[in-house]
Structure formats: structure tokens, C-alpha cells
Design a protein around this ligand. Structure first.
Ligand code: GAR
Length: 222
């Protein structure tokens, strides 16, 4: 089986990277990670990628005066490693339109909200401030505007009354760890095509569960 070659870009903790590594180590998973790139030398994810024998590289953004030069360095490293799909996994740098265009439909991102709601930074703070009762995560092909592009996979989780940013982030993160490997698998299996800026997925049934928050109770149900 030929496996889709992934390049994973991280800036920090790397728990989504870890979820991808675990999936790639599962028999029959149709992708492999050929390079982990970080823009910060202290990104924790670099350590455990190296421990399991994955090539890692740091391209420190502080050493580049221009965004375009930094992105060109990323591009060179990814192409040299033979990367076929770039996965942003907590990569907290904005990418230039040129970089995004040159990896069109070969560049995916994960974001901890149900896009198009709450794009950008401080996602969970914005989610809590808006008072929504359901949030989630999104894996999508990236377009030049931050956190936009055809949506591949989403998961929904409830927002609880007692949530703070940390508890909500943890609940969403558990969903992220399921969604990212799923999205990569669908792409690697050749089951995704983009039509009119919507991702069409062959043979992936949607569940029919309705997530209601709060749950209807006998006295409160209509
Ligand atoms: C994840 O929650 C990811 O969705 C988010 O950063 C976190 C990285 O965690 N990304 C963004 O907000 C991008 N807009 P990780 O390093 O443990 O994977």
C-alpha cells in the first residue's frame, strides 16, 4: 500500500500531532508522517516525534524578516521531504496567500470551533462569551483567509454551564483527536473532492444523532 506522505506543522504542545502519529502507526492507515516542522525550537511536539523516529526540523520564524521568506523556507523543506499533504496542527503563524495557493487542496487545518464561527485566536473565550450551547471542532482545506476553506470533518460537543476556557478546550480537544485522523484518512483514500468550494466526501455516512443542550426534561420538554 502506498501511503500519503504528511508534513505536520506545529508551534507547541502537539497533541493533534500525537493523535496523527498514533493513527499512522495503526495497521492499514493510509498515511505516514515524513516530516514534523516547528516554527519554535521549544515546541513540545518535536520531542515525541523524534522519539518515534520521525524526521523533525525547526524553521524559526524569528530568523526571517519577511513572512514570504519564512514561508519559502517551509515550502522548500516540505517539498524536499516529498510531502503530499500539509497538516497544520496548532501551527500559530499566518501563512502567505502564495504559500496557501501553492498547496491548494493539499493543505489542511484544524480549528477548535464549528467554523465559520469563532475564527482566529482565543476561540474558547469567544465561544463562552457568545453563550452558545454547542461548539466543536473543524478540519478543513485551507484558503488564504485564516480558518477558512472547504470543510472536511466537524464534531460537536456541548458547552456546559460550569465551563471555563480550560475545561471547554479539553472537551473540544478530545474531539479534535478523533476528527484529524479521520479527515486525513478520507483524503488519503481518495474519497474527497472539492466542488464549488465545498468538500464532497464519497461513501462517508453521517450519523443521525441530534445533540441537544440542555437535554429536554419531562417538565421542560415541549
Ligand atoms: C488545538 O486546539 C488546535 O485546534 C488549535 O490549537 C490547538 C493546538 O493543540 N489551533 C488553532 O487554534 C488554529 N487556529 P495541540 O498543539 O495540542 O495540537
Amino acid at each position: 500500500m502506498t501511503r500519503l506522505k504528511l508534513g505536520v506543522l506545529i508551534s507547541g504542545r502537539g497533541s493533534n500531532l500525537r493523535a496523527l502519529i498514533e493513527s499512522c502507526n495503526t495497521s492499514g492507515y493510509p498515511a505516514e508522517i515524513v516530516l514534523v516542522l516547528a516554527n519554535r525550537p521549544d515546541a513540545a511536539g518535536l520531542g515525541f516525534a523524534a522519539e518515534v523516529g520521525i524526521a523533525t526540523q525547526v524553521i524559526d520564524h524569528t530568523e526571517y524578516a519577511e513572512r514570504a521568506a519564512f514561508d519559502a523556507a517551509l515550502d522548500r523543506a516540505l517539498r524536499a521531504a516529498g510531502v503530499e499533504l500539509v497538516c497544520l496542527a496548532g501551527f500559530m503563524r499566518l501563512l502567505t496567500a502564495g504559500f496557501v495557493a501553492s498547496w491548494r487542496d493539499a493543505l489542511v487545518n484544524i480549528h477548535p470551533s464549528l467554523l465559520p464561527s469563532f475564527r482566529g485566536l482565543n476561540t474558547h473565550r469567544k465561544t463562552l462569551a457568545a453563550g452558545v450551547r454547542i461548539t466543536g471542532c473543524t478540519v478543513h482545506y485551507l484558503r488564504p483567509e485564516t480558518d477558512t476553506g472547504p470543510i472536511l470533518v466537524q464534531a460537536a460537543v456541548p458547552v456546559l454551564a460550569e465551563d471555563d476556557e480550560a475545561s471547554l478546550a479539553a472537551r473540544v480537544l478530545a474531539a479534535e483527536h478523533r476528527c484529524y485522523p479521520l479527515a486525513v484518512r478520507l483524503i488519503a483514500e481518495g474519497r474527497v473532492r472539492v466542488e464549488n468550494e465545498r468538500a464532497i466526501i464519497d461513501g462517508a455516512p453521517a450519523g443521525d444523532l441530534t445533540l441537544i443542550n440542555p437535554l429536554p426534561t419531562p417538565s421542560g420538554s415541549s
